[in-house]
Write a protein that binds this ligand. Structure first.
Ligand code: XMP
Length: 323
């Protein structure tokens, strides 16, 4: 019968068999799938696995620390963290167009990841022949099977590497659905914040700031987002909503009054949605008291924000994210 214990035992044996005495690498995103895949592989082959986490500076408050500290503490995994915030912010300077932002973030991400990968490969030790991926069963079905290898074009300015590195894929979650992955992660002792994490887009807060992405704006949005998440969790609503993007309208200002004077600040948008698969979604009917608490706290605690608005658009016609 299906138990998480059996799945773990079976996968650990299969991974050992597949990888042998070679090395593997795995990119961590902060999300559930890559974390559980990495934890399983770490359980199987220990320090033959190296994980890479690219900190693009677009994560929410506490997320990078969760990976750096809590994930490592729970798994004992060997982790390389690349602090690339400045590089991403420089590349994003002056850019407001959503698709352009996405392209830049995607491009920089691959460059930074490949560079880190090249450094690991150049280390002494057994050959790095395997790439771990958190592919789930629905991904396998959607892509019609999958091939089991990945061609990673090596970076031009890294000497001594073949033009095309071919990795074999290790995909220990290929037979699992999301809820099963969470159970396996829990059994492996991963932090609750990672195992129960709601969907969060790869480009991070970069696509939740309408307008230019700057450090200042990111910090502001991070503070507002942290308050919203805290209150939703405190109200016990995490399981009821699919996710709740918090969006900064950085180029919009409105007049307000606070304390003794007039303010001229930015609005924050709350976008709580209910969904089964993110293909369609409805706006979540959150209790007014919870919305009120979030609004009061954000306008009181986050400087330069003087208004909180609620997005009541379903998908379609609105997408879940604003960009
Ligand atoms: P939309 O905005 O298209 O979002 O309704 C649907 C779901 O996908 C997430 N999303 C992304 N996830 N990389 C990701 O990994 C992305 O570029 C990306 N864009 C949107 C979004 O958070 C929602 O869950």
């Amino acid at each position: 019968s299906w138990t998480t214990g059996n799945v773990i035992e079976e996968q650990v044996a299969a991974i050992r068999e597949q990888v042998g005495d070679k090395r593997a690498i795995c990119g961590l995103s902060g999300g559930v799938d890559s974390a559980v895949a990495a934890a399983l592989v770490a359980r199987a082959i220990g320090d033959q696995l190296t994980c890479v986490y690219v900190d693009h500076g677009l994560m929410r408050k506490g997320e990078t620390e969760q990976v750096e500290k809590d994930f490592v503490a729970a798994t004992g995994v060997k982790l390389v963290v690349v602090d690339a915030e400045e590089r991403f912010l420089t590349a994003l300077k002056g850019v407001s167009e959503p698709e352009e932002k996405r392209k830049i973030i995607g491009r920089e991400f691959i460059r930074v990841f490949e560079q880190a990968q090249a450094e690991i490969i150049a280390d002494e030790g057994p050959a790095v022949e395997f790439l771990v991926q958190g592919t789930l069963y629905p991904d396998v079905v959607e892509s019609g099977g999958g091939t089991g290898t990945a061609n990673i074009k090596s970076h031009h300015n890294v000497g001594g590497l073949p033009e095309d590195l071919e990795f074999q894929l290790v995909e220990p979650l290929r037979k699992l659905f999301k809820d099963e992955v969470r159970m396996v992660g829990q059994e492996l002792g991963l932090p609750e914040e990672i195992v129960q994490r709601q969907p969060f887009p790869g480009p991070g807060l970069g696509i939740r700031i309408v307008g230019e992405v700057t450090k200042e704006r990111l910090d502001l949005l991070r503070d507002a987002d942290a308050i919203a998440r805290e209150e939703l969790t405190a109200a016990g609503l995490d399981r009821q909503i699919w996710q709740c993007p918090v969006v900064l309208l950085a180029d919009v200002r409105s007049v307000g009054v606070q304390g003794d004077g007039r303010t001229y600040g930015h609005p924050i948008v709350l976008r709580p949605v209910s969904s089964e698969d993110a293909m369609t979604a409805d706006w979540s009917r959150l209790p007014y008291e919870v919305l009120a608490r979030i609004s009061t706290r954000i306008t009181n605690e986050v400087r330069d924000v003087n208004r909180v608005v609620l997005d009541v658009t379903s998908k379609p016609p609105g997408t879940i994210e604003w960009e």
